[in-house]
Every structure is written in structure tokens, then in C-alpha cells.
Write a protein that binds this ligand. Structure first.
Ligand SMILES: [Zn+2]
Length: 110
């Protein structure tokens, strides 16, 4: 086990910038796709606001789930799959981003 910890610490200066660069690249792709995508329900351009709306909504959902899980069972950690990447600022429709095709797909209206 100490070998893994030492290996992690040795590779951390290389891994951390790579992970940060990949996260930045993923967010940039998401924002570029959002800027050129339209809501399938109302035709409004999704844009950066829709991504921020989805991030805020997801933070609220996760905080609520965290409180519920802590109250019910303290030892169980829930595995969550994020199912929203953009929320239309005009009609509130939830869209998910397909990272392979770089297209937003509508899931449902709120
Ligand atoms: Zn819409």
C-alpha cells in the first residue's frame, strides 16, 4: 500500500495538469456545442446560460440526495449518473450532451 501512495505522489505533478486540461477541454466542447444548439421544444438557443442552469439544478439535487442519504444510512454512498447537461432558459426543457456526437438531445420538459 505505501508503494501505491508513493507512486500517486510521484505522478501527481504530471497527472493533475492532464486531468485539469481534460476537464477544461470537456467544458469548452460543451459550451461550444451549447452555443450552436437549439432547444428541440421551443427553438431557443441553449447557450452558456443553459449549462449554468443545469449545473445549479444538479448541485441542488446532489445536496438534497446527500442530506437524504446521510439521514437514512450513513455508510452507504450513492452512485449518481448525471442526466442533465443543459436546461433551456426559455421553456425549461432538460437536454443531455452526447459527447461522442457533440449533440444535445432533449430528455424532457420540467
Ligand atoms: Zn426550450
Amino acid at each position: 500500500m505505501p508503494v501505491l501512495a508513493i507512486g500517486f505522489l510521484v505522478t501527481l505533478p504530471v497527472l493533475l495538469p492532464v486531468v485539469l486540461a481534460l476537464l477544461w477541454l470537456d467544458r469548452r466542447r460543451l459550451l461550444l456545442a451549447a452555443a450552436s444548439s437549439h432547444c428541440r421544444f421551443c427553438g431557443c438557443v441553449l447557450g452558456e446560460d443553459s449549462v449554468e442552469l443545469a449545473n445549479a439544478k444538479w448541485a441542488v439535487i446532489m445536496a438534497k440526495r446527500q442530506d437524504e442519504s446521510l439521514r437514512l444510512i450513513r455508510r452507504v454512498k450513492l452512485r449518481m449518473v448525471r442526466n442533465m447537461d443543459a436546461i433551456c432558459p426559455a421553456c425549461g426543457a432538460i437536454h443531455i450532451f452526447d459527447r461522442e456526437s457533440r449533440i444535445f438531445h432533449p430528455l424532457r420538459k420540467l
